[in-house]
Design a protein around this ligand. Structure first.
Ligand code: ADP
Ligand code: MG
Length: 242
């Protein structure tokens, strides 16, 4: 097994006008963990995920996936390398069925049609979407759309799944389905970078965490250490919006 980290981020920075949204962020992520990325609203978490998934170009810094520099790659190239992104705002094709959404997602990452049908069926069962399998995705509830988007990221097992607040505004029952899905995939050795405000779930799922505030990493370590770090507590209490 390779000893290089799955993901290495070096001095990653992004500025929007006068706003330094991400300010020289450094971290490493070993393979096979669920790494939590927490921090108050506006601290730069989504911007980090946007750079990791190739949606935004960084101003500075470098990103390595298993020692390969991926900083300049487009989302499609990153998806082929196994970096999949789930959005804070759900993105599904609303005028085709849930099942077809999965097939299209599979096709986009080079899965054959026959294989895609099998995997899609399995994901539909795992994500408890049987009742809406042939319904246009536009008719799904917010939570069901998130579950479907989850499935779309897993048509070919990603090396690294980037999840941006997947549990926000999702019905508790579907939240549990999602948590179980992440748990099970983690047990199989998959790696996740999880942005979430849901601290009980972060504690349950993530062995390690990074906390950002105003674009900078202010703490990293075990989730227990990070959540009890005074800087982290102050960042959450001191912000305008928690
Ligand atoms: N596309 C953008 N254009 C201008 N400012 C942005 C853009 N995206 C994010 N920002 C700003 O960057 C900062 C970090 O935002 P974001 O990464 O969304 O934070 P988080 O996900 O932690 O809530 C915020 O101040 C936000 O207003
Ligand atoms: Mg965000």
């Amino acid at each position: 097994m390779s000893t290089s980290p799955l993901l290495k981020v070096e001095s990653l920075s992004k500025r929007f006008g006068g706003n330094q949204a991400v300010d020289h962020v450094n971290f490493e992520m070993p393979e096979g963990i669920i790494l939590g990325l927490i921090g108050p609203n506006g601290s730069g978490k989504t911007t980090v995920l946007n750079m990791l998934s190739g949606i935004l170009k960084s101003d500075e810094g470098a990103i390595y996936l298993q020692s390969q520099e991926i900083s300049k790659l487009k989302p499609s190239a990153l998806a082929r390398l196994g970096v999949m992104r789930m959005f804070q705002m759900t993105r599904v094709f609303s005028r085709i069925s849930s099942f077809d959404n999965l097939l299209i997602a599979g096709q986009a990452v080079g899965v054959s049609f026959k294989e895609a049908v099998e995997i899609a069926d399995q994901l539909i069962a795992e994500l408890e979407l049987e009742a809406v399998k042939f319904l246009d995705a536009g008719q799904l509830s917010g939570g069901q759309k998130k579950l479907l988007e989850f499935g779309m990221c897993f048509m070919r097992s990603p090396k690294l799944a980037l999840l941006d607040e997947p549990f926000a505004a999702v019905h508790p029952q579907m939240r549990e389905t999602m948590v179980n899905f992440i748990h099970e995939r983690h047990r199989q050795g998959h790696s996740f970078l999880l942005v979430s405000h849901d601290m009980p779930i972060v504690q349950q799922l993530c062995s390690e965490c990074i906390c950002m505030n105003t674009g900078q990493v202010i703490a990293q370590g075990t989730t227990k250490e990070v959540l009890s770090n005074p800087l982290v507590i102050e960042a959450y209490l001191g912000g305008e919006h928690v």
